[in-house]
Design a protein around this ligand. Sequence first.
Ligand SMILES: Nc1ncnc2c1ncn2[C@@H]1O[C@H](COP(=O)(O)OP(=O)(O)OP(=O)(O)O)[C@@H](O)[C@H]1O
Ligand SMILES: [Mg+2]
Length: 282
Amino acid sequence: MGQRIPLLEVKDFTLQFKQYGRGLKQIETRVISGFTLDVHAGEIVAVVGASGSGKSLLAHAILGILPSNAATGGSLKFKGEELSQSLKERLRGKEISLIPQSVSYLDPLMTTGKQIESPLRKAANAVKSVMNRFQLGDDAKNKYPFQLSGGMARRVLIGTALTSGAELVIADEPTPGLHKSMVDETLGSLKELAALGRGVLMITHDIDLAFVVADRIAVFNKGLTVEVADAKAFEASPDNVKHPYSKALWHALPQNGFHSVRGKDYGEEIDAGCDAGEEDDA
Ligand SMILES: Nc1ncnc2c1ncn2[C@@H]1O[C@H](COP(=O)(O)OP(=O)(O)OP(=O)(O)O)[C@@H](O)[C@H]1O
Ligand SMILES: [Mg+2]
C-alpha cells in the first residue's frame, strides 16, 4: 500500500461507558482498548469478532453516533485529518456511509424510493437501477419501512449506502437474514466499490464472509485487535496467523473440522467461538 495516506486510520482507540452502579457510584466499563487499523482506498478490510466485542460501537464512533455515556480515546483520522465530532457530522452519509446492523436505522417517514435517492447528488436513473439490482420492485418504491419485510428493509439500507458515492463504506453485518443470491449481490457490490477505489470496512462475526471479500482481516477480541492478517493466507492455513485466538477461529469453521475449540486450549483464557448474534429479519 506504499506511503499513501489511508482513508481511515484508527490508532490506539479506546471506548468506555460511564454507568451508575450501586449507591449511585459511577463506574467505567472499557469496551474497546488500544484498537489500531488502517483502511486504504481500493481495499476491503474486515473486522471479525464475537458478538458483544464492540464492533458496532467502533462503527458508531467513526460515524459520530455513540450514546452520550460513551467516552473515547486515541485517534480516528479520515484522509489524514482527525475526525472531530463536527467533521464526522459533515462526512456522515456523504464521504462516509454506513450500512447499519439494524433495519431500525431507516427513516420511518420516508418511502423506499426516497431513502435510496436521499444521499444522491443527482437522483437520475440511479434509484431505478439500485432498486432493480436489489430486487425491490416498482411497488416497493412507494412503501414506508413499516410496510417492508426485514429482508427488503435490509436491501434498502444496502442500496442506500451503495448509491451514496461515499469514499468509505462501513458495512456492519450487512447480510444476516438475506437469501443467498442477495448475499452474493451484496458482497459483489462491496467488491465493486473497492474496485472503484473506495474503501470498505466490513464488520462481521462470520469469518467465512470475510474470506470471500476481504483483502485483510482484523481479528478483534474483547475490543482488542489481536492481529491484522492477509485474508487469503489466513483462509489457507492457521499457520499463517500468529495469535491463538485467530487460529482457534479458523479451526471452529465447519470446513476445518467444526472444532468447538476454546481459546484456553491454546493457552488463552478466552473462548474461540464466534457466536452468531444475528437477527434473522428476512
Ligand atoms: N449505551 C451503552 N452503555 C453501556 N454498555 C453498552 C452500551 N451500548 C453497548 N454496550 C456494550 O458494549 C458491548 C459491545 O457492543 P457492540 O454492539 O459494539 O457489540 P458487537 O460486537 O457489535 O456485537 P454483535 O456482533 O452482537 O453485533 C456490549 O457488551 C454492549 O452491552
Ligand atoms: Mg454489532
